[in-house]
Design a protein around this ligand. Structure first.
Ligand code: NDP
Ligand code: GDR
Length: 373
């Protein structure tokens, strides 16, 4: 029997990698996409199958986590063996701007899905994965953070995700549902949204190297994160739903670096060496050496990073470091891609786009390059 999976957030970074992964495993994959005024399926267009074909194994349904009747209808139509709840307003800084919407989607959305499963009597059929987050640890109580570390969320996003964490646990305990939380630390890829810090850096520096932008404006570059690759992390999301009993797992690499370090690696991938000088809001990064021909627009002495207080958050999560021992011992999971390899891959992909845009610009065409984030 072909297994069926339903993915919320299928158009996002993780959703797209997970859909590919499950299709490779032979699943029929159903995804929920939001109606938008512009196309929003770029990350899954390459796996799209014409719905006219009888055998299409990848199907998209219009829906929204804020709409329970819609979720219930899709759940009834699909009757999935596995539900992956990846949909969310996932930007921490934006959650301070839109806290109520974030709570509705990131907290209530999870409840709506779980209730849809219960209402349809699918508790024993549909296994449920909840995209929980290292942001739950927030103001950290213990280092490294593991499954038993107490939570102290520091943003409307993290508070909403805390509700979802506990409601998944509660439905497991109350109704015997197979529901698990993956407590995932930051994971990135060339498909990462442009306003998250790693992608903002790789894309911004590639643009600067090609003369499309002049300077990268950053927030707290002292921030420390445990970064992995999204491909490694979606594999683990699936593994969590294949066990005999549902459990929650931390997914992390166990290594921690600063945002400043990520900037330096990205620049190095472009053949550029940087020196960081100045303190606090006056800190800058200056080019001290250039090798190769990836950065034709740059000269030694150029300042290519400055601090902009707009990118600081009302409450910051300064440091996160995960302990993935449980995932390693119980499931045999280990990350295969290092953060340095991932950074190099992201820079290479963004450089390809920047080169294309530079060429268009040279021929008098407009290219949109700036992003807030
Ligand atoms: P993305 O921001 O790339 O993707 C989020 C997805 O959710 C998109 O498909 C988006 O649709 C969809 N979405 C947003 N709002 C709604 C809504 N109201 N109804 C239905 N769908 C909606 O996130 P990631 O792929 O990086 O992350 C996946 C999940 O994992 C998220 O829940 C995130 O909070 C969580 N997480 C992520 C981590 C990371 O480091 N990446 C770490 C820990 C947890 P659209 O494309 O239309 O915007
Ligand atoms: P995070 O990711 O908040 O950890 O949430 P993000 O990449 O946005 O920030 C990481 C750290 O970098 C600092 N930072 C900046 N961040 C952004 N976006 N832009 C900047 O200019 C900038 N300068 C410094 C931030 O302050 C922060 O400390 C991500 C999301 O994917 C969540 O959905 C997920 O739950 C967590 O990771 C784990």
């Amino acid at each position: 029997m072909t297994k069926k999976a339903l993915i919320t957030g299928v158009t996002g970074q993780d959703g797209s990698y997970l859909a590919e992964f499950l299709l490779d495993k032979g699943y029929e994959v159903h995804g929920i996409k939001r109606r938008a005024s512009l196309f929003n399926t770029q990350r899954v267009d390459h796996i799209y199958e014409d719905p006219q074909t009888d055998h299409a194994r990848f199907r998209l349904h219009y829906g929204d986590l804020s709409d329970s009747s819609n979720l219930t209808r899709i759940m009834r139509e699909v009757e999935p063996d596995e539900v992956y709840n990846l949909g969310a307003q996932s930007h921490v800084a934006v959650s301070f701007e839109a806290p109520e919407y974030t709570a509705d989607v990131d907290a209530m959305g999870t409840l709506r899905l779980l209730e849809a499963i219960r209402f349809l009597g699918l508790e024993q059929k549909s296994r449920f994965y909840q995209a929980s987050t290292s942001e739950l640890y927030g103001l950290v109580q213990e280092t490294p953070q593991r499954e038993t570390t107490p939570f102290h969320p520091r943003s409307p996003y993290a508070v909403a995700k805390l509700y979802s964490y506990w409601i998944a646990v509660n439905y497991r305990e109350a109704y015997g549902m197979y529901a698990c939380n993956g407590i995932l630390f930051n994971h990135e890829s060339p498909r990462r949204g442009e306003t998250f810090v790693t992608r903002k850096i790789t894309r911004g520096l590639a643009n600067i190297a090609q003369g499309l932008e002049e300077c990268l404006y950053m927030g707290n570059i002292d921030s420390l994160r445990d970064w992995g690759h999204a491909k490694d992390y979606v594999r683990m999301q699936w593994m969590m739903l294949q066990q005999d009993t549902p459990e929650d797992f931390v997914i992390a690499t166990g290594k921690q670096y600063s945002v400043r370090q990520f900037i330096a690696w990205s620049a190095a991938e472009l053949g550029v060496t940087l020196a960081f000088s100045g303190d606090g809001l006056d800190e800058v990064a200056t080019v001290t050496a250039i090798e190769g021909d990836e950065a034709p627009a740059l000269n030694v002495g150029d300042v290519i990073m400055r601090i902009d207080p707009r990118y600081f958050r009302p409450a910051e999560v300064e440091t996160l470091l995960g302990d993935p021992s449980k995932a390693k011992q119980k499931l045999g999971w280990e990350p295969e891609i290092t953060v340095q390899e991932m950074c190099a891959e992201m820079v290479r992909e963004d450089l390809k786009t920047a080169r294309r845009h530079a060429l268009l610009k040279e021929h008098g065409m407009d290219v949109p390059v700036s992003v807030e984030g």
